[in-house]
Write a protein that binds this ligand. Structure first.
Ligand SMILES: [Zn+2]
Length: 240
C-alpha cells in the first residue's frame, strides 16, 4: 500500500550511498526488518542531523512507494544511547546484538517482542557499559532463540527424554543429550548447562556470570542450534 508510514525503529546499519545519501537497515515493531533511504543526509545542513546512525531509536516518518526501499521523510530521536556510544566495548556489543538479530529476523514479519528485546539490550548497555561482554551477548542470543521458537531443550535429553547425566549438547537434536544419544554432540560442562538454563529463564538485566570456558561452550550450543534449525551462521559473540 503506497503512502506515508509512521513507525518506531532502531537503526541496525547505516550505509553510505551515492554522494550524500544513506541506506538504513531498520528494525521495527510491526514491520520487522525494513530498508530505507535517507536522501541528502550526509550534507552539513541536513534536517536529520546525526540521528540516522546505528543504534538510534527513532520515531520515523517514511514514504512507501514502488521501491523496496522506503524513503525517510522525518525522524525524531526517542533515545540516542549517548553513554553506550562513548564506550568501545558497549558499541561492539550493540553491533553484534544488531547483527545477530538481523540474521535471525531478516524479514518483514512483525515481532514486537524482538523489537522490545533490542531496545532493552541497548538501554541496559547504555545504563551500564560494564555489562558489555560475552555473558550479556549470549543471554541476548538466547532470548532471540526463544522468540524464534528455537530455544534449546535443557531440562531433559532432547533425543530420548532422559533427565540425568546430561553431559552433551547436540545442535541437530536441539538441546542437551544423555550418553546414549551423544552421537553428533559435543561435551557440555555442568557450568555451561547451568548458564544456558539460568540466562534463558531470567530477564536480560539479571544475566548470570560464568567462566570463559562455560561461556564458550554455551556459545557453541547456541551457534549449533541456529545453524541446524534456522540455517543461519552467527558472528562470534565477542571479539577474539
Ligand atoms: Zn538420550
Amino acid at each position: 500500500m503506497p503512502g506515508p508510514v509512521k513507525t518506531e525503529a532502531v537503526v541496525l546499519r547505516s550505509l553510505r550511498f551515492g554522494e550524500a545519501d544513506r541506506i538504513l537497515h531498520l528494525y521495527t515493531p510491526r514491520r520487522g526488518r525494513i530498508g530505507a533511504i535517507a536522501k541528502g543526509v550526509r550534507r552539513a545542513r541536513s534536517r536529520f542531523g546525526g540521528r540516522l546512525e546505528p543504534f538510534f531509536r527513532l520515531e520515523l516518518m517514511l514514504h512507501e512507494g514502488r521501491s523496496e526501499l522506503l524513503t525517510v521523510t522525518g525522524a525524531q530521536t526517542i533515545d540516542g544511547y549517548a553513554r553506550l556510544r562513548e564506550d568501545a566495548a558497549a558499541l561492539d556489543s550493540a553491533a553484534r546484538a544488531c547483527d545477530a538479530l538481523s540474521r535471525l529476523f531478516d524479514t518483514n514479519e512483525p515481532h514486537p517482542d524482538v523489537y522490545n528485546l533490542l531496545c532493552n539490550e541497548l538501554a541496559l548497555l547504555d545504563a551500564d557499559v560494564a555489562r558489555a561482554g560475552h555473558a550479556n551477548q549470549l543471554a541476548f542470543r538466547l532470548k532471540l532463540l526463544l522468540a524464534a521458537g528455537l530455544a534449546p531443550q535443557l531440562a531433559s535429553c532432547a533425543s530420548c527424554g532422559e533427565r540425568d547425566h546430561l553431559s552433551g549438547f547436540s545442535g541437530a537434536a536441539g538441546g542437551v543429550v544423555c550418553p546414549a544419544c551423544e552421537a553428533g554432540s559435543f561435551p557440555l560442562d555442568e557450568a555451561a548447562h547451568e548458564f544456558l538454563s539460568t540466562a534463558l529463564g531470567r530477564p536480560l538485566a539479571d544475566t548470570p556470570t560464568a567462566t570463559e570456558r562455560a561461556l564458550r561452550q554455551a556459545e557453541r550450543a547456541i551457534a549449533d542450534t541456529v545453524e541446524h534449525h534456522a540455517g543461519v551462521r552467527l558472528r562470534e559473540a565477542v571479539a577474539r
